[in-house]
Each structure stands twice: as C-alpha cells, then as structure tokens.
Design a protein around this ligand. Structure first.
Ligand code: AMP
Length: 171
C-alpha cells in the first residue's frame, strides 16, 4: 500500500483540505510545511509576510527532523515539501505517490481573495503564484519523469475531487 504521499498545488488549490481528508481516509498523519512555518516567529514570519519561500537549507532540515519522529514512521501525507529542486537534493522523503491538484491562477486567486488570512493580499497572492510556477514546475517535471505524479483537476466539489484523489492513489 502507498504510504508516503505528497500534495502539490498552488495556494488555493485545496491541497490542505484534500490532503487532510485523504490522510484521515488512509489512517495516516497529515503534515503541512505551511502550517509549521505559520506557527513560527521572527525571521520566518517575516519571510512568509513577504510571500517568499523559506530558504532551502532551513526548510529541508526542519522537514527531515519532523519526519524522523515516531508518528510518521508508518507513512504520512505531506503538504508543501519539496517546493524546489534544491530541497529534493537536500532531503528527499522518497514518496510513493505525488498528487498534483491542478488549478488555474485565475481560479486560485479568486478563492484566496475570498478567504481572510493575513498573508492573502492580492499583491502577495500574485507574488506567491509567480514564485510557485518558477520554482515548483521543475519539481512537478521531476516526479512526472519518475512516473509517480498523478494530476487531479482541482475544479469541482470537495467530495468529487477527493474521490478522484483516492482513485489516483490506488491506481
Ligand atoms: P502554504 O501554506 O503551503 O501556502 O505555505 C505558506 C508559506 O510557507 C509559503 O508561502 C512559504 O513562505 C512557506 N513554505 C511552505 N512550504 C515551503 C517549502 N517547501 N519551502 C519553502 N517555503 C515554504
């Protein structure tokens, strides 16, 4: 059975909602780098408020240490790591499946503006989408080449998308 699952998708694609549902369904822990960083203070908080990515060294170290905890020894659903090729080189969690929730920038922006979060101004959203494509598209290609990437359309009801994800994980 598939145990180590990664969720990728632009902010607003629904990856945390869908990741949590899948984790619950599979009886695996859900872990999100965004949640980890949002709970941090100081320099990291500053980086997030600018819509930038946390540096690769720091990110990989935090994720590697976290995944070493007993709770994650039987597998996990990870949301948000790796976001760059450098992060894969620094620490590769060796995923069984990668789910890419595909959503247009236009739709993602619409959704993000509808929720009220401190780091969700129109300017920061645009900056994050730009960064996302520039840095994460090579990561998608990498997993596509490894033939473990499953692309799922992010448009539709939560239930319908979750079903497609479950099918993709099994297929
Ligand atoms: P998210 O909730 O996934 O949109 O992440 C929120 C913020 O956390 C991002 O805008 C980044 O600043 C930071 N972050 C999350 N995951 C990573 C990562 N893998 N590498 C660098 N920064 C990250």
């Amino acid at each position: 059975m598939t145990k180590k699952i990664l969720f990728l998708g632009v902010q607003g694609s629904g990856k945390s909602t869908q990741g949590r549902l899948l984790a619950q369904f599979l009886g695996l822990p859900y872990i999100s780098t965004g949640d980890i960083f949002r709970a941090m203070t100081g320099e990291i908080k500053q980086i997030l408020s600018q819509g930038k990515l946390v540096d690769d060294q720091t990110t990989s170290k935090i994720v590697e240490e976290k995944l070493r905890e007993e709770e994650y020894s039987n597998g996990f659903v990870l949301d948000g790591y790796p976001r760059t090729m450098e992060q894969i080189k620094l620490f590769d969690p060796d995923f069984d499946k990668v789910i890419y929730l595909d959503l247009s920038d236009e739709e993602a922006t619409k959704r993000l503006l509808a929720r009220v979060r401190e780091d969700d101004t129109a300017e920061l959203i645009a900056e994050r989408l730009r960064n996302y494509h520039k840095q994460t598209n090579p990561v998608l290609d990498y997993y596509r080449q490894k033939k473990i990437l499953k692309q799922v359309d992010g448009l539709g009801s939560i239930e319908a998308i979750q079903q497609k994800i479950r099918d993709a994980v099994n297929g």
